[in-house]
Design a protein around this ligand. Structure first.
Ligand SMILES: Cc1cc2nc3c(=O)[nH]c(=O)nc-3n(C[C@H](O)[C@H](O)[C@H](O)COP(=O)(O)OP(=O)(O)OC[C@H]3O[C@@H](n4cnc5c(N)ncnc54)[C@H](O)[C@@H]3O)c2cc1C
Length: 402
């Protein structure tokens, strides 16, 4: 098979624009097709890029431009609902700083970086099918149009259409047992958390918050739910009901939760519904079609890694397509990525269980956590494998062994 010259990228979220920029750097003409209209980019609360995500952006030269849309967040403070500090995680030395973004701002910055790199982005183009041929692949859109390219990349998120077309038996997203809500407070009257994200195991629910130097606060809550709620189902419940429920869940905690909830503007509650991840997706590619980002390996937000892993995968996929013929490139890409992303997903599923323990589990956790932090926590050993992942953009990808 000849080397790749053109790519159709489905999805203009995070992995889509990044893979398109990286492909352009690799001399491959990529165009992004996004289902939604231009002004619908990125809804939702805040999102953090870890050092490995920032490093992957740096590998293709867009870390500075994109990073400017976020704020440095080099520290995570873990605490109980009683305000007792359980431990603190700092970014490891010598790495790019973690940054927190408003989701919409990160999406916008990535799209801007793609446009600056010469990537055409077409909105209102929903993929509904593809025809995979020997020499090319044809993307078929809802509006009846068709686009031919050397490869088709499914960067279409956790509910990927491309994944279902590649493998009708592919697994469905899996509910974590938690529902996600969040929001902002423009002037919460709270002191700046000085670059720290606070993560608190409240008595009845999990609460995260950060206050910027400009007094604006971002917060999120993870609430246990026996049933999966889609975003639409969760939003069908009036905001006032959710806010009342959150107030009740955090009423006994000594956290700034109630103060922040009081500041939620009507209509601004971020409600993402049930948090989900993907069980192992056995087929990442077939013929000239491949998956990247959440379509292949979604993890729940508790990992703080979904976007960072998506960016890593996007850059690695572009390197493989630059250096190898299609079939080998897809195998090399999966070889570079699968074990790592599945390790993060499995680890995160365990963290989700910790967020909703019973009373005994809570007591054990609150006693054991600080002890583990004091006695066993070795930052390099525990976080190094995750945060020190680096991509050498110029290194040639070797052909995978068959
Ligand atoms: C509440 C919440 C908080 C999170 N917090 C963090 C965090 O702090 N840190 C972190 O690293 N990750 C976080 N994540 C995860 C992160 O958002 C995802 O991992 C990341 O968005 C995946 O990027 P993606 O490009 O693969 O998918 P998406 O960002 O979902 O983008 C997919 C795009 O494809 C488009 N699309 C879908 N179907 C089609 C189609 N048929 N045709 C054309 N376009 C299509 C969609 O409209 C969308 O724009 C969070 C997720 C949630 C829900």
């Amino acid at each position: 098979m000849a080397r790749v010259r053109t790519a159709v990228v489905i999805g203009g979220g995070i992995a889509g624009p990044v893979v398109a920029v990286a492909l352009r750097r690799a001399g491959i003409a990529a165009t992004v097709y996004e289902a939604y209209a231009k002004n619908a980019d990125g809804i939702g609360g805040e999102l953090m890029l870890a050092p490995n995500g920032m490093a992957a952006l740096a590998a293709i030269g867009i870390a500075e431009e994109v990073g400017a849309a976020g704020v440095p967040t080099p520290r995570m403070v873990m605490e109980t609902g009683a305000g007792k500090r359980l431990g603190q995680f700092e970014d490891l030395p010598g790495l790019p700083t973690s940054r927190t973004f408003k989701r919409a701002r990160l999406y916008r910055a990535l799209v801007d970086a793609a446009v600056d790199a010469g990537v055409p982005i077409e909105y209102g183009r929903r993929l509904v099918g593809f025809e995979d041929g020997v020499d090319s692949v044809v993307a078929v859109f809802e509006d009846g149009t068709r686009v031919e390219a050397d490869v088709l990349i499914g960067a279409d998120g956790i509910w990927s259409t491309v994944r279902g077309l590649l493998d009708p038996g592919a697994p469905q997203p899996r509910f974590s047992g938690l529902v996600g809500l969040g929001g902002w407070a423009r002037d919460a009257g709270l002191p700046s958390t000085a670059g720290a994200m606070h993560l608190a195991y409240g008595r009845k629910a999990f609460f995260g918050y950060r206050v910027g130097d400009d007094a604006e606060a971002g917060w999120f809550a993870n609430v246990h739910s026996a049933e999966m709620l889609t975003a639409a189902q969760a939003r069908a419940i009036p905001e006032s009901e959710w806010l009342a429920r959150l107030r009740e869940l955090f009423a006994d905690d000594e956290l700034p939760a109630l103060r922040l909830l009081d500041q939620v503007d009507p209509g601004e509650l971020v409600n993402v519904g049930g948090l989900q991840d993907m069980p192992p997706v056995r087929t990442w590619s077939r013929g000239r079609v491949v998956l990247v980002g959440d379509a292949a390996h979604a993890t729940t937000p508790s990992s703080g890694q979904g976007a960072s892993l998506s960016i890593e995968s996007a850059v690695e996929l572009a390197r493989c397509l630059r250096d190898l013929p299609v079939a080998e490139a897809f195998r090399a890409y999966e070889g570079l990525r699968r074990a790592r992303v599945e390790k993060v997903i499995a680890r995160t599923a365990r963290i989700n269980n910790d967020k909703a323990p019973g009373p005994v589990g809570r007591v054990v956790r609150d006693l054991v956590f600080p002890l583990v932090m004091r006695t066993f926590y070795q930052p390099e050993r525990m976080m190094g494998w995750l945060h020190r992942y680096t991509i050498d953009w110029d290194a040639v990808v070797p052909a995978p062994q068959s």
